[in-house]
Each structure stands twice: as C-alpha cells, then as structure tokens.
Design a protein around this ligand. Structure first.
Ligand SMILES: Cc1ncc(COP(=O)(O)O)c(C=O)c1O
Length: 395
C-alpha cells in the first residue's frame, strides 16, 4: 500500500512567490542584506518578545556565532565547559568545540527528547560556563528549577529553538528565556526562508557582537555609531570602513530570504495551531503497545511526528523501515540529528566515551526513534491512514 507521506510539503507558498516577485520587480534593487533583513529582524523580535534579533544564513551559523560570542565575552578562562545534549544537531556540538570549549554531554528524557535535568545539575562545576539546551522536535526542555539554579550559579542558558518555533514554557515562547537563542529557517522546519537562521537576545552588547561576527567582524556592522566612532579614534591608522574587530567569516543572509521570512511569519502561529491539532490526533490514534506516546506536550509545537518503537529488536526495526519505505512514508531515524551524537565519527578523537550506560534514553532514540512529517496541510484522514498502517506493522 502506498501512503506517500513526505517529511515536508508546500513549505514555500504561492504568496511567498508573489512577495519575492514584488521585490524583484522594484527598480534599482539591492538583494544583499538591507532593508528587508532589518524589517524581518524587527518583526521576529516582536513575535518572540525579545529586544534584538540577528538574521543569518543558517541555524548552524546561529549556533556558531552564539558560541563565538560566549568565547569573546568569557573573561574567566577557567570556565571552559558547556553542558550539551547527546540528542541534538551536529552544529550545536561542533560550534562548542570550534570555539575551544569542552562539551559535557548529558542524556535526554524520552518524554521531551530534551536534556535530563538531574544529569545537568550533576555535571555543573566551577568550570561550567553555559548550558546549551536544545528544545528538540517542538518540545519544551525547560523547568522553573533549571532556570532558577542556572541563574543562582551564574551559568548562561543558551537555547537552540531550531526545531521548536512557537513552543511555550508557561506563557512565554521558547527562545525568550536564555541569554541567547537560535532558530533555523531551513525548508524542513516550522517556517522557511530557503536557508536561514536567527540569533536572539535582550542584551545590547551581545547583539552588537553577533552583528559584527555575522559580517567579517567589521566595527561598522555593530549597528552602534558611538562604538564605531570610538574604534575609528582608537585605530587611526586604519581605514574607517575596514576595522576588523574579530576573526570570523561572512554569515549574512539576503533580501530574498528576509522577504520570504516576513511573509511566512504571518502564518506561523496559525500553522502551528494546525500542527499541534494534528500532533494530538496522531498520538491518540497510535497504538501505545507498539509506540511510545507519553510525551510532555504542554506548550509543544511539533513540525514532525516522533515515532519511537517500543521494541528492542533490531530485526523488527529493520522490517519497520522496510515497510515505511514500501508505503513511501519518508522518515529519519534518530529523531533530531541522527540520534546519539556521541557515536558520531567527528567526536571520536575528542571524546573517549565508549560506555553508554549513562545515555540510555538517547540510545533508545538512536536505534529505535524516528520522525515523520507533520505539515499544516496534512488532513485527518491521512493521519488516520498513517496510524492504521503503523499500528498494523508487526513490531
Ligand atoms: C536543533 C538544531 N540546531 C541547529 C540546526 C541547524 O540549522 P540549519 O540546518 O539551518 O543550519 C538544526 C537543523 O536542522 C537543528 O535541528
């Protein structure tokens, strides 16, 4: 039986195309970062309820600039550890390593796919600079206690919200709690700007640094004319246009991406309501004897349906994959980012962890966890058809 269910469908709409055409039809257009980027950043900040946003060319760039900013601001060199999840995207970890920090891994909870709080608290010591949480696949990973402890111990909270646009903790959107937060606008996520990312903060100095790091490290990109003047005075021998404050690259996005972003933002909330309804409907129709369904869905905003098998048989799992392929249901094994990061080759030379006893939940997801698509246009009948098919499989 063919069900034909892609991971994402129609995430670039006709109305996005109309807006892009309008942009391209203007006279003397500038398509590199300009007015539309500024407008998108202002609208995003308002939507998220933060003061500042910096639009970049990907969520990974947002991760990299964020950890680079932490490095630049970190005067206490003893603090060189960042606590990270074992289930996340590769760039959350590689950006930590590339900026000279030591990643300290913790396991996840199965009901949020996010970091296990008990393990976070155990790993905190005098070297801990930050906790870089990932709100995986639309679930909230925060608790009041975690926020309170981090505040008391003066440990930065950094939020990766690349997979959880619009999800809430209490009444506030995820991404508005941390010192810095990151979003991705890659095609497969809640909204897209083709490629793209956002770095958000309420701290003016951090905002100015992220702007410079986005753009060759140039002083004139800080967005602060006073700072620019001081630097021009300080570095009299340099051309005022070319004062490079920090070693970095070009992570800018452009006017086409921003135009799409402004338009997509208009329907983000209403699309998320549809996704959440779909998500709940999916969970109520899935067989709980075969699949894990006990997620903490409070405030969640899921762009995908997680499908975690209860079985521990690799043979049955392989059969499950075969059946999904046969029905043309697109899937990814390992949920967010391909499962346990600790098993990835890029970490082999850095970490010596071979015993995964402390990482039981991420191991479960690594071998038996999947996600399939949950897009706003998905109809109830199709969800029922998918559930019926999944429930009929011998696992
Ligand atoms: C949690 C998380 N962080 C960061 C990223 C990187 O975003 P991008 O693909 O826009 O570089 C992703 C990508 O899917 C992600 O899922």
């Amino acid at each position: 039986m063919k069900i034909n269910h892609p991971l994402m469908h129609n995430n670039f709409t006709k109305s996005d195309m109309i807006e892009v055409k309008k942009l391209l039809n203007q006279k003397n257009i500038i398509l590199t970062q300009s007015k539309k980027v500024k407008e998108f950043e202002a609208k995003w900040s308002k939507w998220l309820n933060v003061k500042y946003s910096t639009y970049v060319n990907s969520g990974s760039s947002a991760n990299f600039i964020t950890t680079s900013t932490l490095r630049l601001l970190n005067k206490n060199k003893i603090k060189n550890e960042i606590i990270v999840p074992s289930l996340t995207w590769v760039s959350d970890i590689s950006s930590v390593i590339m900026n000279g920090f030591k990643p300290i891994f913790v396991d996840i909870n199965l009901n949020t796919l996010s970091m296990n709080e008990e393990q976070i608290l155990k790993r905190i010591n005098k070297k801990t600079l930050a906790v870089f949480i990932t709100h995986a696949q639309g679930f909230n990973g925060l608790s009041s206690n975690l926020i309170k402890v981090l505040k008391r111990k003066k440990i930065h909270l950094i939020e990766d919200v690349c997979e959880s646009h619009g999800a809430l903790f209490g009444k506030k959107k995820l991404g508005s709690f941390g010192l810095i937060s990151n979003f991705s606008f890659y095609y497969a996520h809640h909204m897209t700007t083709i490629e793209g990312g956002m770095i958000c903060t309420n701290d003016k100095k951090i905002y100015e640094i992220t702007r410079m790091l986005r753009s060759h490290g140039m002083a004139r990109e800080s967005g602060n004319p006073q700072y620019e003047k001081i630097m021009q005075k300080k570095y009299k021998n340099l051309s005022p246009h070319f004062i490079f404050m920090y070693p970095t690259l070009n992570f800018r996005n452009n006017e086409i991406g921003a135009t799409i972003g402004i338009n997509q933002l208009k329907s983000l909330d209403s699309n998320n309501i549809k996704r959440t309804k779909n998500f709940k409907f999916f969970l109520t129709n899935l067989n709980r004897n075969k699949y894990f369904i006990d997620y903490n869905i409070e405030g969640s905003s899921n762009y995908a349906f997680p499908v975690i098998l209860k079985t521990s048989s690799i043979k049955k799992r392989d059969l499950f994959e075969k059946k999904l392929k046969k029905a043309n249901i697109e899937f990814r094994r390992g949920n967010a980012g391909g499962g346990n990061q600790l098993r990835q080759p890029y970490l082999k030379k850095i970490l010596k962890i071979k015993n995964f006893n402390n990482f039981k939940n991420v191991e479960k997801v690594h071998f038996f966890g999947y996600y399939i698509g949950n897009y706003p246009g998905l109809k109830k009948e199709k969800i029922l058809k998918i559930c019926k098919y999944l429930n009929s499989l011998e696992i």
